[in-house]
Design a protein around this ligand. Structure first.
Ligand code: ATP
Length: 353
């Protein structure tokens, strides 16, 4: 079997401080994976004037997956290509509490659910502009009951929900609920009472797909009700699916339930490609301090190993991370410890061997 090819993008601000030791740790696992670091981001801008050179795009296209460090700008073109160019439509964000995570909840034991955020549509198409540009459409607000032209100067943003886009991500949620074989439940949430047409379509597609999965329960909540339930009864959840913007927000909330953004992993899956990155941003406020929690990055790496067909290695990595938290002696400051990022990775590596 030929080696798997993985493109690594170290990212911006504090992200490389988590990515570099995480990739070193993956390399220490001696798996048949070749890691490639094409010239990309700020280094590429400095050298050849573009953050996403053709060679970097070609490297992504020739690879099995990308391991991506959070970006604040310079790597954005690469990120957009990974998302929209490679159509990675399902952003999967696990929320599983493990002993040692500093959850603010009194009883976090047993929290184990996954948020699947539609990754390409909704308000993230970047279709924004002047309200006056819409005048020719003669739109009238359903709720305010007045024409859009009477609202005065302002801006608009387009929210688009498509049948194809909804169907593929909701189907993935049903499939994941089956594969997990836990509560065998999909929770679908959005604002279908207010956005009856767009979010209404997302709901309708989910209800239609439920017929194909008689062994999986479908429950539906309006997003505000869902948020309250996620905080008060997180143990009831299994697989949760929602449109893009809600997913972006709710998954950071779910990270908070576990114990913080430093624990929040993610994988973005399409039909023929996937990339993996922590759900958190670049943590610019702690840049250069070697204290960024690499857990989110390492758990994302575990998801990547699983995707690449190394399920046992993925389980071993998860077990080693869990052991660090159980023993609690190499935790980063966000989790109440005083270890550095590199200390944490070193101890994970020790537990792996
Ligand atoms: P973005 O807009 O890209 O989400 P942001 O600056 O709004 O970026 P984050 O970078 O996620 O958001 O940071 C939010 C806060 O959480 C910051 O105080 C940051 O230091 C902290 N944080 C984020 N990730 C981690 C981590 N892995 N370890 C420790 N602290 C983190």
């Amino acid at each position: 079997m030929s080696n798997k090819q993985v493109v690594v993008v170290d990212g911006d601000d504090s992200a490389p401080e988590a990515m570099i030791p995480s990739v070193a740790l993956l390399e220490s696992m001696d798996l048949p994976i070749d890691f490639h670091r094409p010239l990309i981001g700020q280094a590429a801008i400095d050298e050849i004037g573009t953050g996403f050179p053709a060679e970097a795009k070609a490297a992504i296209d020739a690879s099995d997956a990308t391991f991506f460090g959070s970006t604040s700008g310079a790597c954005t073109a690469a990120l957009f290509y990974l998302r929209w160019g490679r159509e990675t439509y399902a952003n999967v964000r696990p929320c599983r509490w493990i002993p040692g995570y500093q959850s603010p909840l009194a009883a976090p034991e047993g929290i184990d659910f996954v948020i699947i955020r539609e990754n390409l549509e909704d308000l993230y198409l970047g279709l924004e502009g002047e309200l006056s540009d819409l005048a020719a459409l003669n739109l009238t607000s359903r709720n305010a009951r007045k024409p859009i032209t009477g609202m005065g100067p302002g801006k608009y943003a387009v929210k688009a929900i498509t049948e194809v886009g909804s169907e593929r991500v909701i189907r993935l949620a049903f499939e994941l609920a089956r594969k997990r074989d836990k509560k065998r439940k999909v929770t679908l949430t959005c604002k279908y009472n207010m956005l009856r047409v767009s979010d209404g379509l997302f709901l309708e597609v989910g209800q239609r797909l439920a017929d194909d999965y008689p062994d999986i329960e479908l429950e539906t909540y309006i997003i505000d009700d869902f948020l309250c339930r996620m905080i008060t009864k997180p143990h009831d959840l299994d697989v949760v699916v929602m449109p893009n913007l809600y997913g972006d927000i709710m998954s950071d909330g779910a990270a908070g339930l576990m114990g913080g953004l430093g624990l929040a992993a993610s994988g973005c899956y399409g039909d023929d490609y996937a990339y993996f990155e922590s759900a958190h941003g670049t943590a610019p406020d702690i840049k250069g301090m070697n204290i960024i929690n690499p857990t989110a990055t390492l758990v994302s790496a575990g998801m990547m190993l699983d995707y690449l067909g190394f399920a046992e290695a993925s389980d071993n990595l998860t077990a080693a991370i869990s052991q660090v938290y159980r023993e609690g002696n190499a935790l980063t400051p966000d989790q109440g410890g005083n270890a550095s990022t590199t200390d944490f990775c070193r101890v994970v590596e020790e537990y792996l061997s």
